[in-house]
Design a protein around this ligand. Structure first.
Ligand SMILES: *[C@@H]1O[C@H](CO)[C@@H](O)[C@H](O)[C@H]1NC(C)=O
Ligand SMILES: *[C@@H]1O[C@H](CO)[C@@H](O)[C@H](O)[C@H]1NC(C)=O
Ligand SMILES: *[C@@H]1O[C@H](CO)[C@@H](O)[C@H](O)[C@H]1NC(C)=O
Ligand SMILES: *[C@@H]1O[C@H](CO)[C@@H](O)[C@H](O)[C@H]1NC(C)=O
Ligand SMILES: *[C@@H]1O[C@H](CO)[C@@H](O)[C@H](O)[C@H]1NC(C)=O
Length: 510
């Protein structure tokens, strides 16, 4: 063995030893899981989970319509209630995109394109040719306009005349109602007034809105504030509602965006009572999340939070729609939809609402399993692992007695338009793997890794000692270090100069 080679080995072992001692000392003062969490809140572009966030939200949008199966019978008075038949799911695959515009150590600004990619999924829909099927729908244009102008005195006669040709129920393809629903009267108005003329439900629901978020990142704000919103489009309040009535918007109105979340990432180390609310842009409001229970999903424990609670009273600024006081479990969204059409959101099938729909309709079956919206959050990483984001859009109607007979029959109904469920896809395998490692393995791994570091350091010290003392084996090193007594014992028991360790021990034992 050349001297260069010898010294190289010494240096290599010394460095390895020092590294392990360093790691061990560091590990004594650091929690691995916490260190990883700090990396997560720095939100670096190189993080393996970044791509999944950039291309989010991703999942399936399932829409459901209600086919009216006894329109003529209801209008003629033969049937007292309207029979509804649910049509769906009509499934679209959705992939969004978050475009990072600016980043500092403590904030990131990005533009969210929620619906960048939309594709019909025939095989997961109720039938592959569902878009071409014929259904019967309420004439939402007629009902909306009637409800909206009902408050203005003396409009009814003019209105009745203008809408003479409009039927209460309309027949058309599912595609027509979802994507290109329009009416000749509406197009006529649209030429004179700034009105949107396409009332297709999905056409409007999936239209891009400007959404530029600035959110907290970095270790300074604290993990409990990670990804909380600083502002939306540079504003601290939801503008649609501010424009509606700037005086009426006290702090009780849930439209302050500061410290809410965009439902893509959440603070870390969540507790069941953590204060979380999301910005629901489609309904122009802030929705508080309420912890419901623990739930297992994809092999991970998660906290289940609900978006609306059964029989919840709407905030004061959202509790009526064009003069119609809403029942519990609903809130007004008129200022948030095209043409300020009268509309209110509820859970699908009026689940958790005090509206007595049985008075007016048949065929609904509200239940928590299918109709309660919820989000599952993995508490350590704050990553949503599943969500079912569900809402139903309704048209609340006032007393129509001043209108023509066909409308009078619909007085005081809350007409269900359609409902949708955004169903988040499974997370990509590598993201799940990192989460599982972080949550399940890292906390248990730390003691073992630290023990390993200690062992490696010990081995390096011993190895260095042996090499530097030019001992051929650890036995020899031992004898050199703790030499004299053993050597003496050996000398007495075994006069031969050639020593064999095994023999020595045997003799020593005798
Ligand atoms: C909707 O109801 C109408 C009237 O009852 C019926 O003719 C039609 O087949 C139904 N559509 C679907 C898709 O079931
Ligand atoms: C990014 O944000 C910082 C802090 O808010 C600001 O000073 C800077 O001008 C922004 N950069 C761009 C390119 O907008
Ligand atoms: C639906 O109808 C359109 C024309 O109206 C046709 O081009 C299309 O092939 C039909 N789709 C199915 C699945 O039947
Ligand atoms: C949540 O509960 C814990 C104790 O269980 C308490 O220390 C903490 O202050 C609570 N947090 C909030 C936001 O209420
Ligand atoms: C909500 O209220 C209605 C009537 O007001 C009641 O029938 C229903 O049981 C309530 N639901 C829940 C979950 O409390």
């Amino acid at each position: 063995m050349g001297p260069t080679c010898f010294w190289l080995k010494i240096v290599a072992i010394a460095l390895f030893g020092l590294l392990n001692i360093y790691l061990f000392v560091i590990s004594c003062g650091v929690n691995y899981q916490y260190a990883m969490a700090q990396e997560q809140v720095r939100f670096r572009e190189e993080m393996p989970t970044m791509e999944s966030w950039v291309n989010s939200p991703f999942g399936k949008l399932k829409s459901y319509l209600f086919n009216v199966t006894n329109g003529p019978e209801f209008l003629s008075g033969r049937d007292a209630r309207i029979k509804l038949q649910q049509i769906g799911p009509i499934v679209y695959k959705i992939v969004g995109y978050n475009d990072i515009l600016n980043r500092t150590a403590s904030s990131v600004t990005y533009r969210k394109h929620r619906y960048r990619h939309i594709e019909f999924v025939p095989e997961e829909s109720v039938s592959p040719d569902i878009l071409n099927k014929t259904i019967v729908q309420f004439n939402s244009f007629l009902l909306g306009a009637a409800a909206k102008y009902c408050q203005i005195p003396f409009t009814s006669m003019g209105f009745n005349a203008l809408t003479l040709g409009e039927q209460v129920f309309m027949t058309g393809s599912v595609y027509y109602f979802l994507w290109e629903f329009t009416r000749p009267a509406l197009e006529l108005f649209g030429k004179m007034l700034p009105l949107a003329t396409n009332c297709g439900t999905l056409y409007n629901a999936l239209k891009e809105k400007e959404e530029i978020y600035t959110v907290n990142i970095g270790t300074e704000v604290g993990m409990e504030n990670f990804f909380r919103i600083q502002n939306l489009n540079g504003e601290l309040r939801i503008q649609e509602r501010v424009k509606d009535n700037p005086r009426n918007l006290g702090d009780s109105c849930p439209i302050n965006v500061a410290d809410t979340l965009d439902n893509s990432l959440y603070p870390l180390f969540l507790e069941r009572n953590s204060s979380l609310s999301i910005l629901a842009t489609e309904s122009c409001r802030v929705l508080p999340l309420r912890y419901q229970r623990d739930q297992e999903h994809d092999g991970m424990n998660s906290y289940r939070f609900t978006l609306l609670q059964a029989n919840e009273t709407a905030p004061k600024c959202m509790d009526s729609t064009y003069g119609v006081k809403l029942p519990r479990g609903m809130f007004d969204v008129s200022k948030c939809v095209i043409n300020d059409a009268p509309s209110a959101f509820s859970m699908p099938h009026f689940y958790g609402s005090s509206y007595d729909w049985r008075q007016h309709f048949e065929g609904l079956s509200p239940n928590a399993d299918e109709h309660e919206p919820f989000i599952l959050l993995e508490p350590n990483t704050g990553i949503p692992i599943n969500e079912k984001y569900r809402f139903q859009s309704n048209t609340p109607l006032p007393d129509f007695s001043s209108y023509s007979r066909k409308l009078t029959k619909l007085s005081n109904m809350i007409v269900p338009g359609f409902w949708y469920e955004f169903d988040m896809d499974h997370l990509p395998a590598h993201v799940l793997y990192i989460m599982r490692f972080n949550v399940h393995w890292l906390p248990h791994l730390q003691p073992y890794l630290m023990a390993l570091q200690l062992l490696c350091a010990l081995w390096c010290v011993l190895s260095l000692a042996r090499r530097c003392s030019r001992s051929r084996s650890y036995g020899e090193l031992y004898r050199k270090l703790c030499g004299p007594p053993v050597v003496q014992l050996e000398a007495i028991l075994n006069p031969r100069p050639q020593h064999e360790p095994k023999l020595t021990t045997e003799l020593a034992l005798k």
